[in-house]
Design a protein. Sequence first.
Length: 158
Amino acid sequence: MRTFSLLKGLPVYELACGQKLGEVCDMSISSDGSVVGLLVKKGALIKKTYQVKVGQVISYGHDGVMIRDRSDLKPLESEPEYTFEHQQSLAGKILLSKDGEQLGLVDDVYFLEELGTIVGYELTDGFFSDITNGKRVVKPLGPPAIGKDAIIVNVKSR
């Protein structure tokens, strides 16, 4: 299990020759709440965004992400349904239970690397609350309903 905040900024390397291909800048997320792929910025002066599908990542290390070769990086031809930080962002969205209880604002996601399944949402209630109470992690019982204004999840009642 991994969080997006640990992946952001990591270099992506080609396993065949050890060449750095770019850096993880975001993740592509489907409407059913699963991670489709990692978005990778590549280039020196003019940076272009590419996507590598979750199933094509060989390993997620502490210091880099390994893919088989550069052919696994595909140019981003259309905008993803959702991303974590950029277009149609999940970061900062309100997380609501199916019972209508506001759980907090999404600050990070936990996902299973091999499957791309989001298994938890790290929530914030604001800077001062995070310092005094810490951040909370909510584990949904099924796929979320992602909307323009909020993400609705099924969670165990307290």
